[in-house]
Design a protein around this ligand. Structure first.
Ligand code: SAH
Ligand code: SF4
Length: 356
């Protein structure tokens, strides 16, 4: 079977293909010149191009569905070579601003939300991805391909900065080695040159793996899906809390290496009459005491048959104001795209439903 060229860091590729400077050239073609076949890599000798063609494929993903939401975010459903599907989302964060003469004054800003696994083992009660169970890890190249494909599909220039959030399907720290390679491949200056500080790993709180990620000192940002302030409720919502309780997560976060100017993000999925009360906000303030944190409140996004409800706006605002008034930086996630996004597996679910 052919290997996937996007799976390899430049370092590994330069050990596989001799002379080693070819790896840099291949990186340039694949990531910066958007070349999709090896025969177009004109500065490589003909026989090497043929060898590469026989041994590798470039992009393993195919776009099989695309949906634009009202806030202009675009959800993608990709198919892997073995038929499994995963979701990603392009979120335009800021629009391009042009001068009266048409020159670009401020460039558009984008965030791309990527999946790290087909399905997920963690089994959170509120999450649609969990419902389909776990199928397999994505390879580094399958993670990288989501960003490459989305950039190409939207004509986003290779040197245009994008942010990456690992908030799609799957638990990135349950696939830590492939995710680590994806981070490094994104980083490469001969490739997409997306710095670590533009990459956020979101985790359900695998404390031991948070420590492991920290030891690797990759410089990435961390987001914790907290969602509850006491272990009793958190265990019901997220069974992983039995193995790694809230205290262990907070300790892991305190030890995680992070840029002085940055904070760890705590995601708090708000569900009506479950965790939307001021008592919970109060506990959250206590919990985050001494942690360089910011809280992002997320409206629960209901799906057919979901056992939870969307909170109302006034409770959401009260919760936010309580945190801000008590010294904890807090925002409400505005992007519809992320609310209904990859995370929930909703596009995938819809497609399977329609196809069946
Ligand atoms: N497994 C990782 C990363 C993917 S999930 C994690 O859990 O952090 C990304 C986010 O989407 C999580 O914070 C998750 O709680 C949230 N999410 C899951 N189901 C959702 C729903 N129905 N509505 C809104 N957000 C949801
Ligand atoms: Fe997995 Fe995250 Fe969904 Fe939980 S919320 S089941 S960890 S994808």
């Amino acid at each position: 079977m052919k290997k996937i060229i996007l799976d390899y860091t430049k370092e590994t590729l330069s050990q596989m293909i001799k002379p080693s400077f070819r790896a840099k050239q291949i990186y340039n073609w694949v990531y910066q010149k958007d070349i999709s076949t090896f025969d177009k890599m004109l500065n490589l000798p003909k026989d090497l191009r043929t060898d590469l063609e026989n041994s590798f494929i470039i992009n393993p993903l195919k776009i099989i569905r695309k949906e634009t939401s009202s806030d202009l975010s675009i959800k993608y459903l990709f198919q892997c070579t073995d038929g499994f599907t995963v979701e990603s989302v392009l979120l335009p964060m800021k629009k391009e601003i042009r001068d009266s003469d048409g020159t670009i004054k401020k460039e558009a800003k984008y965030t791309i939300c990527v999946s790290s696994q087909v399905g997920c083992k963690i089994g959170c009660a509120f999450c649609l991805t969990a419902k389909g169970g776990f199928k397999r890890n994505l390879s580094a190249g399958e993670i990288v391909a989501q960003v490459l494909s989305i950039k190409q599909d939207n004509d986003i220039a290779h040197n245009r900065r994008v942010n990456i959030v690992y908030m799609g399907m799957g638990e990135p720290l349950d696939n830590i080695d492939n995710v680590t390679n994806a981070i490094k491949i994104f980083n490469d200056l001969d490739g997409l040159a997306i710095g670590s500080r533009r990459q956020t790993i979101s985790t359900s709180g695998l404390s031991q793996q948070i420590a492991k990620l920290g030891e690797r000192n990759l410089g990435v940002l961390l987001a914790i899906s907290l969602h509850a302030v006491d272990d009793e409720l958190r265990e019901k919502l997220m069974p992983i809390n039995k193995a790694y309780n809230i205290e262990s997560i907070i300790n892991a976060v305190k030890n995680f290496p992070i840029d002085q100017r940055k904070r760890v993000m705590f995601e708090y999925l708000v569900m009506k009459d479950l965790n939307d009360d001021i008592q919970s906000a109060k506990k959250l303030v206590t919990l985050l005491h001494g942690v360089k944190a910011k809280v992002n409140l997320i409206y629960f996004n209901p799906y057919p048959g979901s056992p939870f409800y969307r909170p109302n706006e006034s409770d959401m605002n009260k919760f936010k104001n309580y945190l801000n008034d008590h010294g904890v930086l807090c925002t409400i996630r505005q992007s519809k795209g992320l609310d209904i996004s990859a995370a929930c597996g909703q596009l995938k679910e819809k497609t399977e439903h329609e196809l069946s």
